[in-house]
Unconditional design. Sequence first.
Length: 400
Amino acid sequence: MFDFLIVGAGFAGSVLAERLARGSGCKVLLVDRRPHIGGNAHDHYNEAGLLIHKYGPHIFHTNSREVFEYLGRFTEWRPYEHRVLASVDGMQLPMPINLDTVNKLYGLNLTALEVDGFFASMATPVEPVETSEDVIVGKVGRDLYEKFFKNYTRKQWGLDPSELDASVTSRVPIRSNRDDRYFTDTFQAMPLHGYTRMFERMLDHPNIKVMTNTDYREIRDLIPYREMIYTGPVDEFFEFRHGKLPYRSLQFKHETHDRARFQAAPVVNYPNEHAYTRVTEFKYLTGQEHPKTSVVYEFPCAEGDPYYPVPRAENAALYQRCKALADATPNVHFAGRLATYRYYNMDQVTAQALTLYAKLSGVHHLKRNSPERPHGRDPSSTAAAVNSAVNPAARTSVAS
């Protein structure tokens, strides 16, 4: 008998599994249909011995001390401040746009006191601000918007910025100083030995059973459990009853090069040329010493694994219909980017999971002793099914 069946072994599912097991003594079955834990943050060593991120770069940053210290229980941190260049007009310029970006692009010699006036002279204020185009044009004008944002956004989302919610480009700041860090959060670091190692330590508990290569629908009626935590696509959970929620996906092209460095920054964006949006070189992120280097090219696409909820008003309305179904579903809790259709960063997903745990821990001791019939078959008739389902010959188990 498991207290919780948790679907998805990314940040949301793994944090909740760890907290419920270690914090409340619950027995947890954590399943994922991928062949590994860690969700999109999964990393591994490639054939050349280089640590790479399978699903593109994952840069940890947060303003939450609670989140940083919680994850720090399972990893040492390597200080790391992320930097990005954008390939524009034959130059590689700092991104987000800052004082150096403007001076190099336009051949100027502005000071920090003068650049705000330059932005104001270029800007075309838009009222009301409703779209991603409105945000940028209203801040820095159409020329910078065209050079840095318009085509990148079209590639990333498959839509013109004028068709996307303002939240998309609101995430990217415009700076009047020379700060070339991509993020300015209080805590910026990378797991010293990688994300997968962090997840392995997080899930290393006798009350947690992990099953990868497993679709929860295959085992939910075979293994008894009391409650479910679901972190997959919410529309899929309800079998697309109200239609399919739009997501953007990615395809990745990994390459290893026989030289120590490939490019001048951890990430180089290509807003205007090429079908890919950016190239990441992993050794910057990991700090690994190696004579070779590995990079990944990202190609946004419409079909494939869901990565980014598409922020448009009609999609938000469709999600609300799914949410109404979720709220009315007993003994199932929805958490994470896909289950709540939100463009969350890793720290935000962690914080959401910790918040849900706090809510569950307040009532769970009542649930564990409840005489209610559990989900799945009667426990006395499922021993064979459980043994079959968790047979390591058929499943990959990380912790038993």
